[in-house]
Design a protein around this ligand. Structure first.
Ligand code: SF4
Ligand code: SF4
Length: 293
């Protein structure tokens, strides 16, 4: 357990978490939407802190990042918990486990993580598999130590980090690259499936870009959820507006049934190719179809 670094105290021992854009207001002894942050006597704590649930060595292309340190290995770590509850989540066993009340993971020291990364010739650390924002206190410590050892820091994120959180890291130059999910370009879809606000995700992507973080965007194409060509037209136009050169990579990923969406069909290759054509029409130079074997 670790005292959170981004919260404000309110009356009657309430607190407001400023870590992600949900900005949860918590009564004494209550837990935030992510399930890993608790108000104890008017102080906000991160309950998982350094409890690592997953640790592995990946090709950086698996994040996916295709235009950042290509052909290198990245050391991937994760804690449990997420501020979204996507019904298609491929990692639901660790992202949603908190709903069952388990705060599992193995306590790890930042020194050991960096030592392992260097031993395996990784050039970066990736905070991934669940949402990094919800375990930001440990990420901060690992990131500082990674920098001292000439390793880059990568976030694989749903883009719901708050401006305060982003600033906390960027003022020390602690984020080098991000793969950001842009799950949809429809307010209703974000609201219905993620309990989130599309405008805030858009704003986070813009902020990350303005902070000179290398960004690549991923959209998982799910039949009946976002495989709408008009929506993808708008989404790809938005990506172009970021640099106005079309050089930001867009990964369009094939959906496979998972978690609460086991009855949906797999995305057809044909629709992925149509969406790719739309992106090309909208002047995106680097579009990659993913999860196609
Ligand atoms: S990280 Fe987000 S979801 Fe979790 S308590 Fe803070 S504001 Fe709420
Ligand atoms: S944001 Fe990612 S990790 Fe979180 S629930 Fe959605 S798909 Fe899973």
């Amino acid at each position: 357990m670790k005292k959170a670094f981004l919260f404000r105290k309110l009356e009657n021992k309430k607190v407001q978490c400023l870590n992600c854009n949900h900005k949860c207001i918590l009564n004494n002894n209550s837990i935030g939407l992510c399930g890993v942050r608790k108000n104890i006597d008017g102080i906000l704590y991160n309950l998982i802190y350094n409890k690592i649930i997953s640790e592995s060595i990946d090709p950086i292309e698996k994040k996916p990042l295709y235009h950042f340190l290509p052909n290198t290995k990245t050391y991937s770590i994760s804690c449990v918990g997420c501020n979204f509850k996507c019904p298609w989540c491929q990692n639901f066993e660790i992202s949603q486990i908190l709903k069952k009340g388990f705060l599992i993971g193995k306590p790890r020291k930042k020194e050991d993580i960096i030592k392992n990364a260097l031993k395996h010739n990784c050039t970066s650390i990736s905070y991934t598999y669940t949402e990094p924002t919800v375990w930001s206190e440990f990420i901060y410590e690992v990131s500082l130590f990674a920098k001292k050892n000439n390793l880059k820091n990568i976030w694989v994120t749903n883009g719901y980090f708050s401006k305060e959180c982003l600033n906390y890291f960027t003022k020390k130059g602690l984020i080098d690259a991000m793969n950001i999910d842009l799950k949809s370009f429809n307010e209703k879809t974000y609201k219905e499936y993620c309990n989130a606000d599309l405008k805030k995700v858009i704003s986070s992507i813009e902020e990350a870009y303005l902070n000179r973080i290398h960004i690549e965007i991923t959209t998982l194409i799910i039949p009946g959820v976002n495989d709408n060509l008009k929506e993808m037209d708008k989404l790809s136009k938005f990506i172009f507006t970021l640099d106005k050169k079309g050089e930001i990579p867009w990964h369009i990923s094939r959906f496979f049934p998972a978690y609460k969406m086991v009855n949906k069909s797999i995305t057809s290759i044909k629709i992925l190719e149509k969406i790719k054509e739309i992106g090309i029409k909208n002047k995106l130079k680097y579009i990659y179809i993913g999860n196609v074997f």
